[in-house]
Design a protein around this ligand. Structure first.
Ligand code: NOJ
Length: 574
């Protein structure tokens, strides 16, 4: 029973029973709850780097299945699997050769079904990555397209065009690839095909009904196997203006000049939403409806369109991830994302790290404004990362994120406080960005280094063979086994945060409490929950209440620098 409750005027109130918040623990394993995703904690698994069961150095599905108890112990509601499909790995699996199978080195469909059964048995939902903008060049459609003449139906599934100039030797347009260079590659018969990413990732033609229908089959294929949701890769790029002459677009989608009215030739066009309305019909034909989250790098004012309940239902917000470790930047990002969620009727998503960015513990260890590409190319030596500060701030930011209404996305290894591995030798790098930029940018391998499970032994317990990317010696200190059960470690902090968060999850309201200190963010959630985050370098007094979580040192009555604390106005039930 809850016996006491101090309100913020310091009055002691007597309660008949515990406040509702202590009872309203959301069940992670309720298979029929159609709204589970609204406040879920989703753990991103990069399968090739998570756990290897067969010693080939590449993480796989059985390896992941064997670690489901670890994820259940961490307390996550769902896992999102980055692509595990057959692929030549030209872009870490985001070059899919077959959308309805498992890469042979990662297992097979029986292994996937086993994963589903074990995850669901542990109350963990499963989200899979769908990559609809492009296939692999090894996909049977593209192989067929190359073997077919210009103008053939096989070519019309992709974006083939004749080149410019008298001999067609210049690309059909000035479109550029995200990984550097032109977005067009020429094939032996002289035509060119479009790829907004690597040449091994030809873009599909979403004006083609056959392409649309085939993806509906793929969505059903995985939904029938029980997957609970889909993460939609590059969701804003499917619809393109392919009318002749092709329009000029010499910039990427995040360029400031990008129009905000849905008329860009390549990104965030209004027609893309027709596609997701069709997908929604598929999602809603299941019970509970399948969920989806858009990776949509659209102008921020238009992101909510993807999250409409008639479309994908949720969209990633990268605003927190992009913010410096700064109270004003965080508050602005939070306020904006909540307003967008309200506009779409969705809940917000929050994310600080993923497989495409320098880990947040490392970003916060560097001076604000550091050019991360330049820093990586210096092998992480210039400027020097203050790893202790970075981790302290990362934990504070994570605790703040987890107190927000909406769903939080973790990236594997952040619960261990892993830093970016910035000094991978150039011979080990596999990200296409490294090659496509002529070794100017190292790319994203530094956050994809296989996880350390044991503090010693081969590949730190990731594999009995050679890990596909080299792991640093420091992994012996950050391995799961080195942190498990030890008070104060980052792993135990994450576990505690998720345990306490289950009691915090109530309705989705958040109320700001204005602080006199510009470095302190303070908000409340229903039921007498308070989150205070001190971004500054001096301690401030903590209001009266029961401390339920701290991201750092616990000092009675004090909110230390770069620390987040959760307080309740009532004591928890023993
Ligand atoms: C976004 C994914 O997160 C990234 O890893 C990938 O390279 C591109 N989309 C292309 O699929």
């Amino acid at each position: 029973m809850c016996k006491r409750w101090h309100d913020w005027a310091g009055r002691t109130l007597t309660l008949e029973g515990p406040p509702m918040t202590d009872l309203t623990v959301l069940s992670a394993d309720s298979r029929t709850d159609a709204t589970w995703w609204r406040q879920a904690v989703v753990y991103q698994v990069y399968p090739r780097s998570f756990a290897d069961s067969d010693g080939d150095g590449l993480g796989d599905i059985p390896g992941l299945t064997s670690r489901i108890p670890y994820l259940a112990g961490l307390g996550v509601d769902a896992i999102w699997l980055s692509p595990f499909y057959p692929s030549a790995l030209a872009d870490g699996g985001y070059d899919v050769a077959d959308y309805r199978d498992v890469h042979p080195q990662l297992g097979d469909l029986d292994d996937f079904d086993e994963l589903m059964a074990v995850a669901h048995g542990a109350g963990i939902k499963v989200i899979v990555d769908i990559v609809p903008n492009h296939t692999s060049d090894l996909h049977q459609w593209f192989v067929e397209a190359l073997a077919s003449p210009p103008g053939s139906p096989a070519r019309q599934r992709y974006i083939f065009r004749d080149g410019k100039g008298p001999d067609g030797s210049r690309p059909p347009s000035d479109w550029i690839s995200h990984f550097g260079g032109s977005a067009w590659t020429r094939v032996p018969d002289g035509q060119w095909y479009c790829h907004l990413f690597a040449p091994e990732q030809p873009d599909l033609n979403w004006d083609n009904r056959e392409v649309r229908d085939d993806f509906l089959v793929t969505l059903r294929f995985w939904a029938d196997r029980g997957v609970d949701g889909f993460r939609v890769d590059v969701a804003h790029a499917l619809a393109k203006d392919l009318s002749e002459p092709l329009r000029s677009k010499p910039t990427l989608e995040d360029h400031p000049s990008m129009p905000t009215d849905g008329t860009d030739p390549l990104y965030d066009r209004d027609e893309v939403h027709e596609i997701y309305r069709e997908w929604r019909e598929v999602f809603d034909s299941y019970d509970p409806p399948r969920t989806a989250v858009a990776e949509a790098c659209a102008p921020s004012s238009r992101r909510a369109l993807y999250a409409r309940p008639t479309e994908l239902g949720q969209a990633f917000n990268f605003d927190l991830l992009a913010a410096d470790y700064d109270a004003t930047a965080f508050r602005d990002a939070i306020a904006f994302c909540l307003s967008q969620a309200a506009a779409s009727g969705s809940s917000s998503t929050w994310v600080l790290s993923n497989h495409d960015v320098v880990r947040h513990a490392t970003r916060y260890a560097l001076p604000p404004g550091t050019d991360l590409d330049e820093w990586l190319i210096s092998d992480g030596s210039l400027p020097r990362a203050d790893e202790e500060t970075g981790l302290r701030r990362a934990r504070a930011a994570t605790a703040l994120m987890l107190a927000l209404p909406g769903s939080s996305y973790f990236y594997q290894g952040e619960e261990l406080g892993l830093h970016e591995v910035a000094d991978l030798p150039s011979g080990a790098l596999q990200d296409p960005i490294w090659l496509r930029t002529q070794n100017v940018k190292k790319g994203r391998d530094g956050c994809r280094v296989p996880l350390p499970w044991h503090h010693e032994g081969n590949a730190f317990g990731f594999s009995t063979g050679h890990a596909w990317l080299p792991q640093p010696a420091g992994f012996s200190r950050t391995a799961v086994a080195a942190q498990e059960g030890r008070t104060g470690t980052t792993l135990e902090f994450y576990r505690e945060a998720l345990r306490v968060r289950r009691q915090l999850q109530t309705t989705e309201e958040l109320t700001w409490v204005e602080s006199t200190d510009p470095d302190v963010l303070h908000f409340t959630r229903p039921g007498g929950w308070h989150c205070l985050s001190n971004f500054g370098s001096t301690a401030v007094p903590l209001p009266d209440g029961v401390v339920r979580l701290t991201s750092g040192q616990h000092v009675a009555g004090v909110l230390p620098p770069e620390t987040t604390v959760w307080l309740t106005e009532w004591a928890p039930i023993d």
